[in-house]
Design a protein around this ligand. Structure first.
Ligand code: PLP
Ligand code: ZN
Length: 418
């Protein structure tokens, strides 16, 4: 075997080599990439990374890539922001934001998963790639397909945010709008992948796609000085990212790159689409699918593929899951912007709002190291908060006009104080 990984069934353990397939034909459970860690230990050491650029390809050996693979672009390598203002407001000592709102090239963590999926697409000789998407994934597929010379065709629910549709169209991708919700779009895509021999990143390339999420976790550990945090708060849509951060941490322990320690995983959802947090809170072994109704469109998956695994991980780690309402999401977006200068999309509002709840519930404590995952950029969901900021009155270009405006605002502020 020239590569150190292959697909393995998450339930029955049967291996399937490397191929564009996402489920086990014996037991219909999902497939996942599994690695030969003994070999990996010999071919890569933590010290090897020192001379590499800070982007997701610095962890290439730990990803399902072909031999001699050279990263085509600098995806990932996002900041881990040490919080000062929000930490002090929440009385936490060690609070961090992992900021994938500035991930290259399309401003969400989905750039990471698309990067590993397109590497697989090239290897399996697909000419056309695509996805079913709640928005960010379509942006990432369209951008990276354009750069790498794939034809792109993406499938989205018809009622997505206009900014996310535009952020796909601009790269020249074909966009198919579907009158249905994400779960219906996703079912259609499974049929399309079979019929047309296309590489749909989160359908037939899903095992390779989801491995890209691990790099979000590797970076967190490395940026903490090769240490694991006590708590991670992760937004959940299909429930994949949270599991892959856990897998990343576990691999770093296996490789001897970080010391083992318990990490609590906290999942965040919008109340209007909360099958996973609902399952955790009600102690269900299987979640109940929901019909999404929330402004957090990027998390609006009512029938999450990795939901059962997310529930199990959260429970076994000693963590918890919570959800927040649409008004709470809007408040949390504003709170993060005003305190940390980070403008996140609705998914980040979910994570921040849920973190606040978890602190109130005393599940996240003052002295612990907590990392909050910010996965997307606020410029893509301005519609969600536009009503909070009505246009202000325009004044004449004269000093007196400005002074009059100040007087007026002063009077208004004083009036409010009464
Ligand atoms: C897709 C997405 C998520 C969640 O990803 P899953 O792996 O499906 O749980 C979180 N945040 C943003 C912004 C996303 O686009
Ligand atoms: Zn199986």
């Amino acid at each position: 075997m020239s590569v150190h990984y292959e697909l393995r069934c998450r339930e029955c353990g049967k291996t399937w080599g490397n191929a564009p397939r996402s489920f086990c034909e014996d037991c219909f459970s999902p497939l996942e990439v599994s690695y030969d860690y003994d070999s990996l230990k010999k071919i890569v050491h933590r010290e090897n990374l020192a001379s590499r650029d800070f982007n997701m390809w610095r962890y290439s050996e730990l990803l399902p890539l072909s031999e001699g693979f050279a990263g085509p672009n600098a995806v990932g390598g996002t900041p881990l922001v040490a919080s000062r203002n929000l930490a002090s407001r929440w009385s936490l000592k060690n609070l961090y934001f992992k900021n994938d709102a500035v991930c290259f090239p399309s401003l969400s963590f989905k750039d990471r998963v698309v990067a590993t999926a397109l590497a697989a697409a090239r290897r399996f000789d697909f000419k056309t790639v695509g996805c079913s998407s709640t928005g960010n994934l379509a942006n990432a597929v369209a951008a990276q397909a354009a750069q790498q010379g794939f034809d792109a065709c993406v499938f989205i629910p018809a009622d997505l945010e206009p900014a996310k549709v535009l952020n796909t169209a601009v790269y020249g991708a074909r966009i198919v709008r579907i009158n249905g919700n994400y779960d219906q779009v996703n079912r259609l895509c499974a049929q399309i992948a079979d019929r047309f021999q296309w590489g749909l990143v989160n359908v037939n390339l899903r095992p390779y796609y989801s491995e890209g999420s691990k790099t979000h976790g590797y970076e967190i550990a490395e940026q903490l000085g090769w240490k694991l945090p006590d708590n991670v708060v992760v937004p959940m849509a299909g429930g994949s990212l949270i599991g892959k951060i856990a897998k990343a941490f576990k691999e770093l322990v296996t490789l001897g790159w970080v010391e083992d320690k318990p990490v609590k995983f906290f999942g965040a959802q919008a109340t209007g689409c909360s099958p996973i947090s609902d399952g955790v809170k009600r102690n269900l072994s299987r979640f109940e699918p929901q019909k999404p109704d929330t402004i957090a469109r990027s998390l609006a998956i009512g029938n999450p593929a990795d939901g059962p695994y997310a529930i199990k991980l959260i429970r076994e780690s000693g963590g918890w899951a919570e959800d927040v309402s649409d008004p709470e999401i809007v408040s949390a977006i504003k709170l993060l912007a005003e305190t940390e200068g980070i403008f996140t999309e609705t998914a980040g509002g979910v994570t921040v709002g849920v973190t606040q709840k978890l602190i109130t519930q005393n599940r996240i404590k003052a002295g612990e190291t907590t990392v909050v995952c910010i996965t997307g950029n606020g410029l893509k969901t301005t519609d969600a908060i536009a009503a909070e900021f009505p246009a202000t009155e325009a004044i004449a270009p004269r000093l007196e006009a400005f002074e009059a405006l100040l007087d007026q605002q002063f009077a208004a502020a004083a009036g409010k104080g009464n």
